[in-house]
Write a protein that binds this ligand. Sequence first.
Ligand code: NAP
Length: 276
Amino acid sequence: MSDTPDQYGVVGHPVSHSWSPFIHGMFAKATTQNLAYRLFDITPEDFRREVLRLFATGVRGLNITLPHKQAAAELVNELTPRAERAQAVNTIAFFEDTALLGDNTDGLGLTADLERNLGITLTDKRVLILGAGGAVRGVLGPLLERELREVHIANRTPERARKLATEFADMGQVSGCGYADLRGPAYDLIINATSASLKGEMPQIPAGIVGEATVCYDMAYGRGHTPFTLWAKSLHAARATKGWGMLVEQAAESFLLWRGIRPDTQPVLQALARHA
Ligand code: NAP
């Protein structure tokens, strides 16, 4: 057996903020897997060529982050059913027999964090999702499988929200709109799935959609508060939380696809709570 570690990584633009190398490094150590995990900052123009080059040089698997998730779904040779439904890919695995397999573990990551880590019951809840990019595509199916009462998708570009709502209308009560169309009553759960937090911004949304029982979840993660979690706290939301748990849970599902083992996520969550 070779001592050379198997090569993995995450492709995004930007990607320097990613904690995935830390997380997969901890998973590899805990499960005694010999692998290396690196960051690859690749622009949309170079995405296809560079990703194919990485796999040609022996890379075994990649995570895909913003803004490439839809482009990744078009690049792979085969999609898992959940990635097919999402038309977005956050994990690519190279298998000798199927070449490049595209999967989407974002939905499992989010629902595991909401339900298992945060103890939230999703059934019958009114949910607002801000954003209509690759991440939303990945989480809509698994959220709608929980039999939510309704899901509103609001986006800066309203047509993208409406298109997504139409694509998922067979799974439940889903509608799409722009931020200016948002009204009360307060939602049970508001998920910020825009990339605004990465630029220190937040979507222009009205205060009346948050009540004292509303859980506000920012998929973005980083040290301290995001503009969205600060906004939620200022409105006395029941909870204002960031996407660390989703990040770790979706990573564990990617690791399972690549290595056949689902690592324990709790030690990594505890380490991130100490370091991040
Ligand atoms: P994406 O495909 O590039 O989509 C970006 C979305 O953000 C679009 O809906 C875009 O609206 C919106 N947006 C960008 N800047 C904005 C601003 N200043 N104000 C309002 N809306 C803005 O990105 P993605 O892959 O969906 O990722 C979205 C976010 O989720 C990122 O912060 C990412 O890090 C995070 N994420 C976290 C996890 C996790 O595990 N915690 C997993 C996946 C994603 P337009 O359509 O109008 O351009």
